[in-house]
Design a protein around this ligand. Structure first.
Ligand code: MG
Length: 280
């Protein structure tokens, strides 16, 4: 039996627009359809940002709810992960949809510079989002954009602010944050294992580093993220045709590394998560 690899598909993000790649799903209907295709290609987790009519990042809980309902209906067992990033600084803007109890939500545990902005996560905001996730039984995916965020996540887990076992995503390739260097990933994974031996991890490479990061991660025993959120606007020479194409690329690579794409049930077991919340 090969080792499962949980494939996360980040379908839309807060930055890429239709003008960058017409394949980016923007409306909720497009997002559900794109997620369904990615699910059939082997994705077990969908990471979602929603957009308004002008394609700007939206905090509208109704859009998150419609998306989640659609995915639960069409993609049985798939893990729904809401992004708490990509918009604003206020807790209600960032976490005002968490009462919808998605399976998971992203949680950046510190601040970092992005290409054209500060990704600002005040300690009070981090604590507030973590508390909401505890209250609603949502498993955080800790987003490590810079090294300090890993240690903050450990402190929060020790303090009971993040339930164990912790799941972490290491992010690379964003200008002004960590460059996609394998030594950094190896160091981060070693620190994670030393601090939190039961933690699970995935890695995301933004732009040109996406595929390289997938390969390193498959080799090192982690889980993979792909999708149009990370792929486009950075590499216009090779625009992906769909989220499903990017998921199929990772699914196809798995066998080279003695891995196979995790089913949603396998993913839930690996992440120590309960089964899917019953559809009302
Ligand atoms: Mg995101």
């Amino acid at each position: 039996m090969t080792q499962p690899c949980i494939i996360t598909v980040a379908i839309t993000g807060s930055v890429p627009k239709k003008e960058d790649n017409p394949a980016v799903p923007v409306t909720v209907a497009e997002q559900i359809e794109s997620t369904h295709e990615a699910f059939e290609a082997g994705a077990a987790i969908v990471h979602v940002h929603v957009r308004d009519e002008a394609q700007r990042p939206s905090s509208d809980p109704a859009k998150f709810e419609a998306f989640q309902d659609g995915v639960r209906k069409h993609c049985p067992g798939m893990i729904v992960q809401f992004s708490t990033g990509g918009r604003g600084r206020a807790s209600d803007e960032r976490g005002g949809m968490l009462h919808l109890r998605p399976d998971m939500a992203s949680l950046a545990t510190g601040s970092v510079n992005f290409p054209n902005m500060i990704y600002e996560n005040h300690p009070e905001l981090v604590d507030d989002l973590a508390q909401r996730m505890l209250d609603y039984g949502i498993k955080p995916e800790v987003e490590v954009f810079d090294l300090a965020m890993l240690y903050t996540a450990h402190q929060m887990a020790e303090a009971g602010m993040i339930r164990k076992p912790v799941h972490v995503q290491f992010v690379f390739g964003l200008k002004n944050a960590l460059p996609p260097r394998r030594e950094i990933l190896e160091f981060e994974v070693a620190q994670l294992k030393a601090l939190m031996p039961d933690a699970t991890w995935t890695a995301a490479g933004i732009g040109r580093s996406q595929l390289e990061m997938n390969r390193w991660t498959l080799e090192m025993g982690g889980h993979c993220r792909t999708g149009l959120e990370d792929n486009i606007r950075f590499d216009k020479s090779r625009l992906a045709a769909s989220n499903a194409e990017l998921v199929a690329r990772v699914a196809g690579l798995c066998a080279e590394y003695g891995r196979h794409p995790a089913t949603p049930d396998e993913a839930r077991r690996i992440l120590s998560m309960a089964g899917q919340t019953a559809v009302a």
